[in-house]
Ligand binder design. Structure first.
Ligand code: NAD
Ligand code: ZN
Length: 378
């Protein structure tokens, strides 16, 4: 029996309030409206940004919400005016859309589509007020306009990447956020050069993907920095050559890296989401030409640094979703994985079901996983 045009009742993990476990609920998912797509989510992974919204940012008006934004699924139905996507297509929802028409989409320099932040509209909340999801008579927000901790979700057509039908969804879901974010931050934003020396701060999936990107770009030395030494073994798999635990040193980490590299690294990437680490990453760069990229996410504090750090020739940049234009470039990243040019399986340390989402959140909170993939539906 077709579900097209009907409300779908399905299972989702609902965050009713900050800092509380998610609750598995039956929710209603309305049909897609014009230029929208309803997706059956097959697999979704847990990213630190989900934890950030639940445990750190804690804006009251950001709840109730369906978290999850790193996912893959199959199109169930499409709204009017949707031309490129059909029911049955394998897709990855995008937390940064690509309208292809605005000033930013037309520039090769950026992925900051004018509609990109519709998903995170007013930044405090990280979710647009408009949502097709309801539960117990209440509208459920969708994190970053996606909300993938659910058997079904509805997103804008501009926020859907159609991918190769051969792609295993329980692997390529990682390209919906973490892996593209870190890899692209190195390749697209930092523009890491062959023969260079790099430092990556934070070795979650985002940082490990940055390590992989540095290696792909031809870096000769990649220094992996994390306060959790359990992460170093994995970092080696992705190409890290040196390992530094800030806790092993009683001087600033920028000084440690400067001494290791004759004055500082060529490129550094902050993949933690901590303003102190952002500053350390900048100061670890060599004067004259060092480039530091902020990838980690926080809106709670400002960054500060003595201007001389920049006057001396360092460049400070930021990167969202690795600079990838999602509809055009995520399918290429899927192809790269299918052609064995990109690692994904190595990021997955745990497989669970949607019912176990709170266990997956606990694992990440305690640094016990890289990525947990939740199998949502078959
Ligand atoms: P994660 O929790 O898996 O990894 C974070 C790592 O940082 C951990 O290994 C932790 O031990 C390490 N760490 C913590 N404090 C540190 C310190 N002081 N020095 C060095 N290492 C430290 O998280 P993740 O899913 O890999 O995400 C990383 C960051 O990237 C988060 O802030 C997340 O919100 C952000 N993010 C940004 C974007 C974007 O588009 N810019 C997209 C996705 C995620
Ligand atoms: Zn993410």
């Amino acid at each position: 029996m077709t579900t097209t045009g009907k409300v779908i009742k399905c299972k989702a993990a609902v965050a009713w309030e900050p800092n509380k476990p998610l609750v598995i609920e039956e929710i209603e998912v309305a049909p897609p409206q014009a230029k929208e797509v309803r997706i059956k989510i097959v697999a979704t992974a847990v990213c630190h940004t989900d934890l950030y919204h639940l445990l750190e940012n804690k804006q009251k008006d950001g709840f109730p919400i369906v978290l999850g934004h790193e996912a893959a699924g199959i199109v169930e139905s499409v709204g009017s005016g949707v031309t490129e996507i059909q029911p049955g297509d394998k897709v990855i929802p995008l937390f940064i859309g690509q309208c292809r028409e605005c000033r930013f989409c037309k520039s090769p320099k950026t992925n900051q589509c004018v509609d990109a932040w519709k998903g995170t509209g007013h930044h405090d909340v990280m979710a647009p007020p408009d949502s097709r999801l309801t539960c117990r008579g209440k509208t459920l927000l969708q994190l970053a306009g996606t909300g993938t901790f659910s058997e079904y979700t509805v997103v804008g057509e501009i926020a859907v990447a159609k991918i190769d039908p051969a792609a295993p969804l329980d692997k390529v879901c990682l390209l919906g956020c973490g892996v593209c974010t870190g890899y692209g931050a190195a390749v697209n934003t930092a523009k890491v050069e062959p023969g260079s020396t790099c430092a990556v701060f934070g070795l979650g999936a985002v940082g490990l993907a940055a390590v992989m990107g540095c290696k792909a770009a031809g870096a000769k030395r990649i220094i992996a920095v994390d306060i959790n030494p359990d992460k170093f073994e994995k970092a080696k798999v992705f190409g890290a050559t040196d390992f530094v635990n800030p806790k092993d040193h009683n001087k600033p980490i920028s000084q440690v890296l400067s001494e290791m590299t004759d004055g500082g690294v060529d490129f550094s990437l902050e993949c933690v989401g901590n303003v102190e680490v952002m500053r350390s990453a900048l100061e670890s760069c060599v004067q004259g030409w060092g480039v530091s990229v902020i990838v980690g996410w926080t809106e709670l504090q400002n960054i500060s640094v003595p201007p001389l750090q920049l006057i001396a020739g360092r460049t400070w940049k930021g990167s969202a979703f690795g600079g990838f234009k999602g509809r055009d470039e995520v399918p290429q990243m899927v192809k790269a994985y299918l052609n064995k040019k990109l690692k994904l399986d190595e990021f997955i340390t745990h497989n669970m079901t949607l019912d176990q989402v709170n266990d997956a959140i606990e694992l990440m909170k305690h640094g016990k996983c890289i990525r947990t993939v939740l199998n949502v539906s078959s």
